[in-house]
Design a protein around this ligand. Structure first.
Ligand code: UT7
Length: 330
């Protein structure tokens, strides 16, 4: 059987206009700018206005990615939306996006892998292209997570923001240098209790009790998550390099999940990769969950840091605990 290779043909991202700064948060919870910057590297985050939903952010990012790839919505064979804050539980956000984009009746489905969602999506797209099933796939990471955050909990409310990023994954031509080398995914459900959104599913459906106890908000054991984040992303990156017989110096850029600057620095230290080869966009975006990796990638492409022909290592971890990496030549 002929095996095809996939490549990133275009990327796009979108952040809502409204900005919530650390100074704004100081007025809401007992925290301060210095603590947040020193412990996380975050100064501000974008917040979607009322009535603006995950599919709206996804739409803007997708349009920008399609424009770069020089494709139209009708060219798409599959739409994947990685999100844990979709417009509603049913139908999926990918179907809503398909309609808003004016795409054809292609397959459209959401991926629930929290902050690793985009890396999971890219992997699924890569597999559909390798087998020759599809040629053009839209992979989106999009979140309006602020609606699931308890702004009385200083341990979580400082960390998260809203945003979306999108990539068009296409079949590479035979003589094309640009390609996905390999993808590596993991999950460890035995520690899933470290980061949860308890209500809204069949285990705890919505009720007055949910609102009283705040079970519709994200709950996190931050310090524990921190350790697993460094461990799982380091492991996923090691795996990608070993699989491709590559050394860290052959990687031009690492694009990690943007959860905390100290986590990113610890992963870079593990590889002895200098921080000037790591894309860091957390300062004004905060943690946009499934969207962080693709937003960071898109911004670094658009400002010229990332160039065609460079080797990129994408890595993420998230609730689940999910984790993974993608090694590719851009
Ligand atoms: O996509 C994955 C999502 N989650 C993550 O990535 C979270 C990973 N974890 C982290 O980023 C860090 O653990 C946090 C930023 C959440 C917390 O940083 P930390 O250095 O692990 O702080 P800590 O939880 O150990 O708390 C240290 C102190 C505590 O006070 P005491 O008990 O020492 O008196 C906290 O109560 O800092 C206090 N604290 C705060 N102080 C000011 C916790 N949050 C805040 C805050 N402002 N926002």
């Amino acid at each position: 059987m002929t095996q095809f290779r996939s490549r990133i043909a275009g990327t796009g991202s979108f952040l809502p206009e409204k900005i919530l700064t650390n100074a704004d948060l100081e007025k809401i919870v007992e925290t301060n700018d210095q603590w947040i910057v020193e412990r996380t590297g975050i100064k501000s985050r974008h917040i979607a206005a009322d009535g603006v939903n995950t599919s709206d952010l996804a739409l803007e990012a997708a349009k920008r990615a399609l424009e770069v790839a020089q494709l139209t919505p009708k060219d798409l064979d599959m739409i994947l939306v990685a999100t844990v804050s979709g417009d509603q539980p049913m139908p999926n956000t990918a179907c809503i996006l398909q309609h808003k984009l004016g795409a054809g009746q292609c397959m459209a489905v959401d991926i629930s892998a929290a902050c690793t969602g985009f890396v999971y999506g890219l992997t699924i797209a890569d597999q559909f292209i390798r087998t020759g099933t599809y040629k053009n796939i839209l992979v989106v990471g999009a979140e309006v997570l602020h609606r699931y955050i308890n702004y009385k909990d200083r341990g979580t409310c400082i960390l998260f923001g809203d945003g979306a990023g999108a990539a068009i994954i296409t079949r590479a031509k035979e003589d094309e240098d640009s390609k996905v080398y390999s993808t590596h995914l993991h999950a460890d459900g035995s520690i899933s209790d470290l980061f949860v959104l308890p209500a809204g599913g069949s285990a705890i459906p919505f009720s007055a009790r949910v609102l009283e106890e705040g079970l519709h908000y994200v709950q996190m054991k931050g310090r524990e998550i921190f350790k697993h984040a460094v461990r799982t992303m380091s492991h996923a990156c090691d795996e990608a390099l070993t699989h491709n017989n590559m050394t860290p110096d052959q990687v031009s850029w690492v694009i990690p999940h943007q959860a905390n600057l100290r986590i990113i620095e610890a992963v870079a230290k593990h590889f002895k990769i200098p921080m000037d080869k790591v894309v860091v966009e957390i300062e004004d975006t905060a943690n946009t969950s499934a969207a962080t990796v693709i937003i960071a990638l898109d911004r670094a492409i658009r400002d010229g840091r990332i160039q065609r022909g460079q080797n990129l290592l994408l890595t993420a971890f998230g609730a689940g605990i999910t984790s993974g990496s993608v090694l590719l030549r851009y």
